[in-house]
Design a protein around this ligand. Structure first.
Ligand code: WTA
Length: 653
């Protein structure tokens, strides 16, 4: 990586929005002075800072040691025993929240369901009992592949209840993704549904699981929720209906006493090598961190109706649809379907009808709404909204301003939250009652977070100089490793700069100490906020019988942030037939899910490589975006390849 020398930021944004006094007055953190004081304490004495917060949770056994830091391995609340699902459910009921709505659900067809904390608890305990009857034991990995319905949250919490780590796979992913994850996790049980509703159609989830199960003998049990009543094949002995297993389940399964460092879940995410990595999160630190960030960043209050539009298949859904929100006893809204079904006002219609107070979404969605026009927003009463959040990729100042003016009607603070699957929770963010915001900046670090902008040599950069965004100290929500691959954990996150955490983003910090995230500097592309590895897409392309070689780059896209451009060389002697590009696109979508579908496929004679054989993606990126190459080409093995690519580009236009 030789990026840091060339990282330059072109974003200049001078507007500043201080919190409204009414908001600040009622907020958990209501001034910059309070923020600075708490932040300083969290850095000077992190152990007492986090211990004091952790005291407020339920522990079966208190910890002996707050932090054991053997770089790069951290253990938090060592010796403590707790259960995160118990904290999300029983502890809330004990606090008098039993009859308060925990989940408000709306399906895409318009069906609605509300579960109080007590009702949710009963369903969780029942399904936990069912899982046990199916043979699931503490420590067993449970694969979950479901639509965004309450049973998805119930499954996740039931797994936590019995100490069986869940591995949730986004319902938009395809067969290969299920297969890879089931194999890597050595998971013998899959919880799925017949289907889920999406844009008026049914996504046949069970069929995908069947196809995966046909290609491995690992899967021994499949539990199927009846959601869409679409036709499914049930294999006797292996497949069970959800309604049957819960009907026979005991209702008194106690919450497992989990060690603070027991694995809570695995979540697979893309990195710069071909195989997705199983990110490991554990119980105690994750619970304390997600709940605390949720409380401060969304300024959660007992009567909030909080809605995060992320799918539970992503980390945002884990931390800020389920755990962080329920652990605060707050209502979390779940919506099953597409933002534009039946029309582009669906989100605002939901906000208005359910009187949503806090709303958390992704820049790609905001840009899509911008394109469709403000009339879809304007026709709804959004007076209940108090706070807006953004996550997943840098939010451009234009989208920020639109969000602020059109959705927030100029009243709502915006929290632009930077974090990652690996970090477990929000790391850099405004606190809405304290931090004056600047459109496009994620602003300042959360309590206990010690970020720095470093160059490749590990030297801290001065104001406004771009560099690698690193974190120097451990925090409770941090990943504990890559599943079954400790070497890769060290190599991937702790080696770019010796001993500090680095997971792929560049950033600068301005003269006020505000962070401006500039994007990924590794081989990860953020498409509509979804994280995709170039290697995975390339492997999918190369698995097509006609393809010899492929290279994939991200190109700027107005709505998606980035889109995928694929350069493909065909096997010798293959003449490209009409429709081959479409076929290759579909091939990728079939393998990885439609989020990975390339926007452009360019058939080319050869790919530009260095003398050591490495594909020069930087040149491809230039060709894909500008049609020419102006950067350094001295390491290129054969310059004529670039000339040819540029020519092919002319023909393509
Ligand atoms: C990007 C999502 C700029 C970043 C929670 C990071 C952001 C990657 C922001 C992690 C933000 C997330 N501003 N970029 N507010 N939030 N990112 O693992 O590149 O799906 O490394 O986690 O998203 O994506 P992941």
């Amino acid at each position: 990586m030789s990026h840091s020398d060339s990282i330059q930021s072109h974003l200049k944004e001078a507007r500043k929005f201080p919190p409204a006094p009414e908001f600040a007055q009622a907020a958990h953190c209501g001034s910059m002075a309070d923020y600075e004081a708490l932040y300083q304490r969290s850095i000077d004495d992190p152990e007492s800072f986090w211990a004091e917060i952790a005291e407020q949770f339920h522990w079966f056994r208190k910890w002996d040691q707050v932090l054991d830091w053997q770089r790069p391995n951290a253990r938090w609340f060592v010796g403590g025993q707790t259960n995160i699902a118990y904290n999300c459910l029983d502890r809330q009921i004990e606090n008098g929240r039993g009859d308060h709505p925990a989940i408000v659900f709306e399906g895409e067809p318009g069906d609605q369901r509300t579960l109080t904390f007590r009702e949710l608890r009963d369903e969780v305990v029942r399904f936990a009992g069912a899982l046990k009857q199916l043979g699931v034991r503490k420590g067993d990995r449970v694969t979950v592949y479901m639509p965004m319905v309450p049973e998805l949250a119930i499954t996740v919490l039931a797994c936590a209840w019995i100490g069986a780590p869940h591995s949730v796979i986004f319902g938009g992913f395809s067969v290969q993704a299920i297969l890879d994850r089931v194999e890597d996790a050595e998971s013998e049980i899959v919880i799925t549904a017949d289907g889920g509703y999406r844009r008026g159609g049914v996504v046949a989830l069970k069929t995908h699981v069947d196809d995966a199960a046909a290609r491995t003998d690992r899967i021994r049990k499949i539990v199927v929720l009846q959601r869409c009543n679409n036709e499914v094949t049930m294999q006797a002995g292996r497949d069970h209906w959800w309604h049957d297993v819960v009907a026979d389940a005991p209702t008194d399964t106690p919450a497992e006493r989990c060690d603070a460092e027991d694995m809570l879940y695995l979540l697979y995410t893309s990195g710069s090598t071909g195989k997705p990595k199983g990110i490991v999160h554990t119980t105690g630190g994750y619970m304390v961190y997600t709940a605390t960030t949720a409380r401060y960043v969304f300024d959660l209050k007992p009567d909030d109706v909080y809605w995060c539009t992320a799918d539970i298949g992503w980390v945002t859904g884990h931390s800020y649809v389920v755990y962080g929100i329920l652990a605060n006893g707050v209502t979390t809204l779940m919506y099953e379907g597409a933002p534009n079904h039946p029309d582009w006002d669906r989100f605002w219609d939901i906000c208005a009808r359910h009187r949503v107070t806090k709303f958390y979404t992704a820049p790609t969605a905001i840009r899509a709404f911008m394109r469709e026009g403000r009339e879809h927003v304007d026709k709804h009463d959004l007076s209940s909204l108090k706070l807006l959040g953004s996550v997943g990729e840098p939010i451009n100042p234009e989208a920020w301003m639109w969000y602020h003016e059109v959705v927030g009607r100029g009243r709502c603070p915006i929290v632009d939250t930077w974090w990652q699957t690996e970090t477990g929770g929000i790391m850099i963010t405004p606190l809405p009652g304290a931090t004056p915001t600047k459109p496009g900046s994620a602003t300042r670090p959360f309590f206990g977070i010690d970020p720095a902008i470093l160059n490749m040599e590990g030297v801290e950069q001065g104001p406004n100089a771009g560099g690698l965004l690193c974190v120097r100290r451990p925090w409770p929500g941090m990943l504990r490793g890559i599943y079954r691959d400790p070497d890769r954990f060290v190599k991937q996150y702790w080696s770019a700069i010796d001993g500090v955490y680095f997971a792929g983003d560049s950033s600068r910090r301005d003269e006020d100490g505000y962070f401006w995230i500039m994007g990924r500097v590794d081989d990860v592309i953020k498409v509509s906020g979804h994280r995709l590895g170039t290697m995975e897409i390339e492997s999918a392309l190369v698995s097509h019988p006609l393809v010899a070689e492929a290279a994939v780059v991200g190109i700027p896209h107005e709505i998606k942030g980035n889109a995928i451009a694929a350069f493909v060389t065909l096997k010798a002697g293959v003449e490209p037939a009409a429709g081959l590009r479409g076929e290759l696109s579909k091939h990728v979508a079939d393998a990885l899910g439609s989020v990975a579908r390339p926007e452009q496929i360019r058939l080319t004679q050869a790919l530009p490589k260095t003398r050591s054989g490495k594909i020069m993606r930087r040149l491809l990126r230039e060709i894909a975006t500008s049609g020419t190459v102006t950067g350094d080409t001295t390491t290129l093995e054969d310059f004529s390849v670039v000339a040819r690519l540029a020519e092919e580009q002319d023909k393509a236009v």
